[in-house]
Design a protein. Sequence first.
Length: 647
Amino acid sequence: MHMSRSNLLRKIKKETQLSASQFIRKIRLEEAMNLLNESDSTVSEVSYQVGFGSTSYFIKCFREQYGFSPGEIHKETELSLPPQQDTGRQRRYFWPVVAIVGVLLIMAAYFFISKKEQNQSVILEKSIAVLPFNNESSDSTNLYFVNGLMESALNNLQKIEDLRVISRTSVEKYRRTQKNVQEIAQELHVNYLVEGSGQRVGNTVLLNVQLIDATTDTPIWSEQYSREVEDIFELQNDVAKKIADAIEAIVTPAELEQIEKIPTDNLLAYDYYLQALDPYYSRTNEGLEEAIALFEKAIEQDPEFALAYANIAISYYLLEMSQLEKQYTEKINSFADKALLYDSKSAESLVAKAFYYIQTKEYHLALPHLDKALEYNPNSSLAVQMLAEFYSHMLPNTNKYLEYALKGVQLTVASDSITQSYTYLQLSNALVSSGFPDEALKYINKSLDYNAENYFAPHLKAFILFAKDGNIKRTRNLLLNEWKKDTTRLDILQDIGKLYYIEENYDSAYSYFKKFVEAREANGLDIYQQENVKIAQVYKEMGLDKEAEKLFNDFSEYCEGDQSTYKSVNLVWKYAYEGKINEAVEELRIFSKAENYLYWFLLIEDEPLIQPLKNHSDFQVIMQKIKDRFWDNQSKLKKTLESEGLL
């Protein structure tokens, strides 16, 4: 062609707006489409014919290009929706609130949401993972410093909304991997990888960084840095900007301002901060306590170090988020306020303040802080995780919950098998809660494929199977089998009691609820307060009026502080327990106007507590309105998610 390789590549880029490898892949996929339409070849045969070495990678690329898999060309797949009417007595007499929702808050599930309306191929062409940097020093204590360089590169790239940046959790498994670049990229579903190595020698930072086009295993940018420690922030910013330039990511002025922001002028404070990161990310109590001490040392050196204040507040919240007695609430508030004082545009500062409001159950005040955090850092794992939790049960919105969970799978990919298993677990819970039990079953099976010992997956799977066919006896037997493996499982324990309560087998319900209540009190746990009214009903049926009164009073107090969409339905149970039928029906009428609620609420009508409400003339009309609204919303959600290639 009478031109150099570099000129040819530039020409292709100019004419097609794609790199050479992207352009070749596009042509291959167009040819694959023709072959699949015009021949009887299998998907694997076509994959080989158009030059893909891996059928699974071909299917992935095909879906990214066209929005559906190659196997779906000749057939139309439809999700099988659960029946919209009763399927018999076993189905009617059940209303589970899946216990897994609350417990999942403890698990590190990382989610991503993109606010821009872009086609999927563009998003994926700008997907990137920063692999753990290698420590080139013989001094092992230098590792935290090298990890800090990797962390800063990751954090700066995460602030660019035009990029999809894989989480730190997902890449950690590759610290000592023998896999090649293309294998890692295929597992992470990214097109670019950043590799680096470095060390600190006296007052000098040595860093080697390269950006690799994973489709061709070709470095497209690399640089060797030798800078004074005083210039470390300039170095970090330079790396992020040059990587963004190399893959032509759009960086807005506001994002550039965030990238160029210097966290502290005090290098000793920054050194303590870097030392704290590894124990901080461990998320264990011991690690968080160690991190707090190091962050405090950083603050001693720089009393205006916003990141250190924010991470202390977050650490205190994580230390006691499942405890009934809260001792760190004011500390969380104080450290979060100082973080915002010194950097009001920091995602970490905003998340820290949101955690304070979650601690005090002022959910409506927490939500704007999380939204703003995501605006400043579109890939903030903590912000996205908590937004998903918000929309699952704090301020329920099944649409947003499912959307976050689906997009989250794009971010937390191919991390260690345990983390991947919990990611699919969360997605499965979002799917069944939104009325997609078939899809939920697919992902809960994937969860178990990644980790057969997943602590919570069998629990959730039992309820997904129930959502499909309403077999309450099988559900209870599955839960009993899981509980026998670990009799400390309070989540399963209260669900078994609830299943017996649903069937009005109060003797059996009491034996399990009694164990649950005693264990909850002994451990000072603030869990399943919304179930106290059902437990109270069982205690009352057993003639334990005093104990029942205490449980009901606790439930009434819970209702007073409830700010969620479910406050009205909780009041339905409260008034039903008190025998106030008209008041209960009016609260049910209020609930029927809610826009988003969990699938399980459709099964409320034949609970023992709710039976007396059926005599009210408006009850069935209101219940039908609740069902119709749910399935109408589910249908619209299905179409939206399918159009975005998420379902």
